[in-house]
Design a protein. Structure first.
Ligand code: RTP
Ligand code: MG
Length: 142
């Protein structure tokens, strides 16, 4: 599998717990490189647009409320098979079902406040990266 990019978000619960560095460390130890990153407070419109695919789901308003409850770190990770590699590091959406040693098992409390987001396909990664970053904000690292 070729070099790939994926969008990662460290969600408000993990930022509030002060575990940004511990989460970044897991990406770096797994060989993923951070090629773009910024901390920001998402607006309601930004969060709704980002999660538009879920807008008919019953949890949508809670999800948007949570994602705007505090700052997040939005970033692009690059590496071999980065999309699946990141999802493996994250663990299952529901932390109660996440494998031991995954980010969600170790840092998430509930299915709503689950520490991290990661793109789930090449198509999502392309859309999500472009949603937050201009090409000029991404720094290829070879
Ligand atoms: P994410 O998009 O945040 O990386 O998470 P995911 O792919 O593992 O899960 P997804 O199905 O895309 O859902 C997006 C976020 O919505 C919340 N959710 N709540 N209450 C529920 O049944 C439920 N299902 C999903 C989660 O916070 C999930 O991360
Ligand atoms: Mg998802």
């Amino acid at each position: 599998m070729a070099n790939q990019r994926t969008l990662s978000i460290i969600k408000p619960d993990a930022v509030a717990k002060n575990v940004i560095g511990e989460i970044e460390s897991r990406f770096e130890k797994a060989g993923l490189k951070i090629v773009a990153a910024k901390m920001q407070q998402l607006s309601q419109a930004q969060a709704e647009g980002f999660y538009a695919e879920h807008k008919e789901r019953p949890f949508f308003q809670d999800l948007v409320g949570f994602m705007t409850s505090g700052p997040v770190v939005v970033q692009v990770l690059e590496g071999e098979n980065a999309i699946a590699a990141n999802r493996d590091l994250m663990g299952a959406t529901n932390p109660k079902e996440a494998e031991a040693g995954t980010i969600r098992a170790d840092f998430a409390d509930t299915i709503d406040a689950n520490a991290v987001h990661g793109s789930d396909s090449p198509e999502s990664a392309e859309r999500e990266i472009a949603y937050f970053f201009q090409d000029s904000e991404i720094c290829p690292r070879g």
